[in-house]
Design a binder for this molecule. Structure first.
Ligand SMILES: Nc1ncnc2c1ncn2[C@@H]1O[C@H](COP(=O)(O)OP(=O)(O)O)[C@@H](O)[C@H]1O
Ligand SMILES: [Mg+2]
Length: 251
């Protein structure tokens, strides 16, 4: 199972490097509760929110130099530490996996990922925690790898059966603000026009790129859900398999 928690949920996206510690703790407890009751293998991915996006802004257009990589990675690593501390305090044996040190890109696409490391952790009941990051890229030198792009790669590589992206909205919304219950590759052609990027500083494309990534995954027969992780209890509901938010599936 792969759970992504959006940067919009655990950080103040309009600020710079400002975490929502209560939200991090609440979600850590929902995950801890689930981990106590099941043996299902879970990988957690979190977004960078205001730790990373404002820092990366400066470099996304002209390209990252070493200092840009360092400053952006340092910011998101700080958020990752808070998430790890919170999970471990809640009783979850969680360890960080930084994409900068375990992954390689080519023109923004993942071409190599140390999956075995994740498998060993899962076998031992450890929760690997990944995050959006700036990663070394064969063509660009370095590029941003969003949490949303990590999900389909991992889901395919690890044969995941349950995938969820927790964001700060109740799901993918239509023009009237109602939750769209299901999106398929066919319906996405029209629905696409109703989705835009993120509301705040975001270098990864917000909701539209999130749905696009998950539609590609659905085409490979792996369905997923986009739901509201800012609402108390929703992460828990998703983990236990409840019908939350928007389902993205091939049919
Ligand atoms: N049709 C839509 N449905 C839902 N959210 C949308 C839509 N169009 C744009 N958005 C924006 O996308 C945001 C979620 O994307 P983002 O901020 O990147 O979240 P996350 O931190 O979960 O990655 C929402 O808060 C909303 O402002
Ligand atoms: Mg996002």
């Amino acid at each position: 199972m792969i759970l992504k928690i959006g940067g919009s949920v655990i950080t103040e996206k309009h600020a710079v490097s400002k975490a929502k510690r209560e939200e991090i703790d609440r979600i850590a407890h929902e995950i801890a509760q689930f981990k106590i009751n099941t043996t299902e293998a879970l990988v957690l991915v979190h977004g960078a929110g205001s730790f990373g996006h404002p820092q990366a802004m400066k470099w996304v257009n002209e390209g990252f130099d070493a200092q840009g990589v360092y400053l952006t990675h340092s910011a998101v690593k700080e958020l990752n530490s808070m998430v790890l501390d919170s999970l471990n305090r809640a009783g979850v044996r969680a360890l960080p996996v930084h994409p900068l040190s375990s992954c390689l890109l080519e023109n923004g696409k993942i071409v190599d990922f140390q999956i075995e490391k994740l498998r060993i952790m899962l076998d031992r009941g450890i929760l690997p925690v990944l995050h959006g990051d700036v990663v070394i890229d064969r063509l660009k030198g370095a590029a941003v790898l969003s949490g949303d792009r990590i999900i389909p790669y991992l889901a395919t590589a690890m044969n995941a059966s349950k995938i969820g992206a927790g964001s700060n909205v109740d799901g993918v919304l239509d023009n009237k603000g109602a939750v769209i219950k299901k999106i398929t590759p066919i319906s996405f052609v029209d629905i696409k026009k109703q989705i835009s990027g993120a509301a705040a500083t975001d270098v990864t494309g917000g909701m539209l790129s999130k749905v696009s990534e998950l539609i590609e995954l659905a085409k490979n027969g792996i369905s997923s859900r986009i739901f509201n992780a800012s609402r108390k209890g929703m992460v828990s509901k998703f983990l236990y398999g409840e019908d939350v938010g928007t389902l993205i599936s091939d049919k």
